[in-house]
Design a protein around this ligand. Structure first.
Ligand SMILES: *[C@@H]1O[C@H](CO)[C@@H](O)[C@H](O)[C@H]1NC(C)=O
Ligand SMILES: *[C@@H]1O[C@H](CO)[C@@H](O)[C@H](O)[C@H]1NC(C)=O
Ligand SMILES: *[C@@H]1O[C@H](CO)[C@@H](O)[C@H](O)[C@H]1NC(C)=O
Ligand SMILES: *[C@@H]1O[C@H](CO)[C@@H](O)[C@H](O)[C@H]1NC(C)=O
Ligand SMILES: *[C@@H]1O[C@H](CO)[C@@H](O)[C@H](O)[C@H]1NC(C)=O
Length: 376
């Protein structure tokens, strides 16, 4: 009897321990979820490495921990298990940044130049008052910039190719960025001038109030589930491209196409790949005519819902990339969009005006399994 009681007790203790460990993993420091805390820096406790996570300051004046963003990333230990916030002070950082696979849980948090616009840019206090599409505000953001292009030669003497040109390349999981401009400003007259500003290969990434500025191939949204929220993405041809599964929510999509361009070039070769681009509540505007999407692969998937489209959408709307066979397999849809560009009367017949049932899976954060990794 006593033996039985003892084993019950041991079992209960073990159960408690298990619950405790599990609790830690899921909630304790919340590290398997991205929360608003991951986008903020408590300036009063910079030295502390507990609670809000470790902070590394990047400041070109030399008063921080590093003068370059890459220098700060290099300071993060391999296989770190805790969030590290890289606080990027005002300035123009002319560099290329690589966040390797072995360094998850990194945040890039820009500190706007508040002396530039006075109270208008009081971002840390009132993020909602900060309007990222307003150029005056945008100029106050720290900028990471470069101008590497597809035809540049790599260390092996060969042309680098589009995918290797990114100004910022994120390979790790659980990455966050906010209050930052990432750009690739390529020479307009150069040959083979595809030039990526941001490439994302990591899973579970959030870009909140980030500006991505480029021309052809601005955002290589390569793989993983990603959430772009209230951000600004500028480009010309195929400027959001790749094989990721992403939700673009309340973003500004800005075309600088010269002759023609395309917003999305989603890449999907098989119906089994769980990927796609969903634009919800976005504003689509700019200066050049664009397609909503081009089918890169037979099963390319791109849906626009509740978006406002200016008069810059090429009336047929969508392109099969000269592969008529893709017309039967690509999923190109529109749902409850408005604005002059949303008129579907001349759209290609194989694109779809979605029913509410068809649109439903694309509309919320559930599209990117947000309930398993987002607490925003
Ligand atoms: C691009 O980045 C490289 C490597 O970080 C740097 O040496 C170079 O000066 C940068 N070029 C421009 C134009 O920003
Ligand atoms: C911040 O803005 C002010 C006013 O425009 C400017 O003088 C200053 O150089 C800026 N600081 C940085 C680091 O860019
Ligand atoms: C930011 O806003 C807060 C609250 O409105 C205010 O107290 C503070 O002075 C502002 N800071 C700057 C630098 O404008
Ligand atoms: C943000 O600024 C842009 C450009 O000035 C303006 O068109 C837009 O209405 C503003 N958005 C909000 C929510 O204030
Ligand atoms: C849509 O476009 C067609 C043809 O271009 C035009 O006749 C029609 O009036 C437009 N509809 C709206 C609501 O603007």
């Amino acid at each position: 009897m006593a033996k039985l009681r003892l084993s019950v007790l041991v079992f209960q203790v073990l159960l408690l321990v298990c619950v405790e460990v599990k609790g830690d993993r899921d909630n304790g420091d919340g590290r398997n979820f991205i929360t608003w805390d991951d986008f903020t820096v408590d300036e009063h406790s910079l030295a502390s490495s507990t609670g809000g996570g470790r902070v590394i300051v990047v400041d070109q004046s030399g008063h921080g921990d590093s003068t370059t963003v890459q220098g700060a990333v290099d300071m993060v230990p391999q296989n770190n298990m805790q969030r590290v916030k890289i606080h990027i002070y005002p300035g123009i950082y002319r560099e290329r940044v690589h966040v390797p696979k072995s360094k998850p849980f990194i945040s890039f948090i820009g500190k706007p130049n508040i002396t530039m616009n006075g109270n208008e840019v009081n971002a840390t206090v009132n993020a909602n008052a900060f309007n990222i599409t307003d150029v005056a505000n945008a100029n106050a953001l720290p900028i990471i910039t470069n101008s590497t292009k597809a035809s540049d030669k790599g260390s092996d003497g060969q042309e680098m190719g589009t995918v290797s040109t990114a100004t910022v390349w994120v390979e790790s999981d659980f990455f966050c960025a906010t209050f930052l401009t990432v750009q690739n400003l390529v020479d307009k007259n150069a040959y083979e001038r595809q030039a990526v500003a941001l490439r994302v290969d990591g899973d579970k990434a959030v870009f909140y109030r980030v500006r991505l500025v480029g021309e052809q191939d601005t955002l290589l949204d390569n793989s993983g589930n990603h959430y772009f929220y209230r951000s600004y993405i500028q480009g010309s041809v195929d400027f959001i491209f790749g094989s990721a599964k992403s939700l673009f929510h309340e973003c500004v999509i800005y075309s600088v196409a010269e002759f023609w361009g395309a917003i999305a070039a989603h890449h999907k070769d098989s119906a089994d790949e769980d990927t796609g681009f969903s634009f919800v509540g976005c504003q689509i505007k700019g200066t050049g005519s664009i397609f909503l999407g081009r089918a890169w692969g037979d099963y390319a998937t791109t849906v626009y819902s509740y978006c406002n489209m200016d008069d810059i959408i090429i009336p047929i709307g969508w392109s099969d990339w000269d592969n008529p066979s893709r017309q039967g397999t690509a999923i190109f849809g529109e749902y409850h969009c408005n604005g002059k560009g949303s008129n579907r009367s001349e759209r290609v017949g194989w694109s779809k005006s979605l029913s509410s049932e068809e649109a439903n899976p694309y509309l919320g954060r559930g599209y990117i399994y947000g309930n398993t990794w987002l607490r925003l």
